[in-house]
Design a protein around this ligand. Structure first.
Ligand SMILES: Nc1ncnc2c1ncn2[C@@H]1O[C@H](COP(=O)(O)OP(=O)(O)OP(=O)(O)O)[C@@H](O)[C@H]1O
Length: 277
C-alpha cells in the first residue's frame, strides 16, 4: 500500500478550489528567432491543452517539435506570445507579479540533466536548506531524512555533493527538491533520457508513485513513447509546433489517428505498439 500524503496544494492557505484545472492552454503561439538566419519562426503554433488535478499528461514529438518551448511557456517560465494560459485558474497574462510569485512554487520542474540542475557547490542538505529558507511554511511538512526516504534514497546522502551522486541518485534528489514544495503540477522534461538504462525504470516508477501519493498533476515531455506510456494517462503528439493528435495513451498508441503518430510508433525499437490502421 502506498502511503498517501495530504493532497498537493492543501493546508497552506491555498485559494484555488480542487476542481479547477491545473493548467489550460488555449491557442498558444510562441515564436523564436532562428539564430542562424535571424528569421522568426513559430516553435509553438496554436496549441491548446488542459491538465486536470492529479492527471498525468505527456507531450511527445521528435526533437525540435516545440515540446520544451510549450512546457516553459505554459508554466510561465519561458517566453509566450498569443493565446491564453491559465495556471490553477489564473490567467498568466493578467496576474500581477506578486501573485505570479506566489503561484510559482505550485509548479516544479524536473529536467533532463540532474547534475546540471544541482549547484555543484552545495551538498544535498544545504540545497534543501536553501529551498526551505525561501518557503518556510510550505516546506515544513517533512524533514530532510524523511524526504530522501520518500524518493528511496538513504539519508546518508544528505552530506554528499552532486559529483558524489550517480545520475539516478541526482535525479531522485531533484525529484525530492520538487516534492518539498508540495506542487500542484510537476513538469518532467525528458527526466530519464540522461540516465543509464538500468536506472530509468526506477526513476519512472518513482514519478508514478509521487503522482499517486501527492495528487500532483504531471506533465511529461518526452520523445520516448515507451516512457510516456509507462507513466501517463493521456498524450499530446506534437509536430512542428502543432498538436496533431491528443487522447488517452491506450487509444493513441493502439489506434493512432494521425500519420505522424503512426510514424513515431513505427520508429520505436521493436515497434512494440503497432498501429491497427
Ligand atoms: N531560445 C531559443 N531561441 C531560438 N530558437 C529556439 C529557442 N529555444 C528553442 N528554439 C528552437 O525552437 C524549436 C523547438 O525547440 P524545443 O526545444 O521547444 O523543441 P523540443 O521538441 O523540446 O526539442 P528537444 O526534444 O530536442 O528538446 C527548435 O527548432 C529549437 O531550435
Amino acid at each position: 500500500m502506498l502511503e498517501r500524503d495530504a493532497p498537493a496544494g492543501t493546508g497552506r492557505g491555498s485559494r484555488t478550489p480542487e476542481n479547477v484545472p491545473v493548467l489550460t492552454v488555449d491557442g498558444l503561439v510562441v515564436e523564436h528567432r532562428d539564430r542562424g538566419t535571424g528569421e522568426v519562426f513559430r516553435a509553438v503554433d496554436g496549441v491548446s491543452l488542459r491538465i486536470d488535478a492529479g492527471e498525468s499528461a505527456a507531450v511527445v514529438g521528435e526533437s525540435g517539435s516545440g515540446k520544451t518551448t510549450l512546457a516553459m511557456a505554459a508554466t510561465g517560465l519561458g517566453p509566450r506570445g498569443a493565446g491564453e494560459i491559465r495556471l490553477l485558474g489564473h490567467s498568466l497574462a493578467t496576474l500581477g507579479r506578486r501573485r505570479l510569485r506566489e503561484l510559482r512554487p505550485e509548479v516544479q520542474i524536473v529536467f533532463q540533466d540532474p547534475h546540471g540542475s544541482l549547484d555543484s557547490r552545495q551538498s544535498v542538505r544545504s540545497g534543501l536548506r536553501e529551498i526551505r529558507g525561501l518557503q518556510r511554511e510550505r516546506t515544513s511538512w517533512i524533514d530532510d531524512a524523511a524526504l530522501l526516504e520518500r524518493v528511496r534514497l538513504s539519508p546518508d546522502l544528505l552530506d554528499r555533493y552532486p559529483h558524489q551522486l550517480s545520475g539516478g541518485q541526482a535525479q531522485r534528489v531533484c525529484i525530492a527538491r520538487a516534492l518539498l514544495m508540495r506542487p500542484r503540477l510537476i513538469v518532467a522534461d525528458e527526466p530519464t533520457s540522461g540516465l543509464d538504462v538500468s536506472v530509468q525504470a526506477d526513476v519512472l516508477a518513482l514519478l508514478r508513485e509521487v503522482r499517486q501519493t501527492t495528487g500532483a498533476a504531471l506533465l511529461m515531455i518526452s520523445h520516448d513513447l515507451a516512457v510516456v506510456r509507462s507513466v501517463c494517462d493521456s498524450v499530446h503528439v506534437m509536430r512542428r509546433g502543432k498538436v496533431v493528435e491528443s487522447g488517452p495513451c491506450e487509444t493513441v498508441f493502439t489506434d493512432p489517428a494521425h500519420a505522424y503518430t503512426r510514424e513515431l510508433l513505427a520508429a520505436m525499437p521493436g515497434a512494440r505498439w503497432r498501429a491497427r490502421r
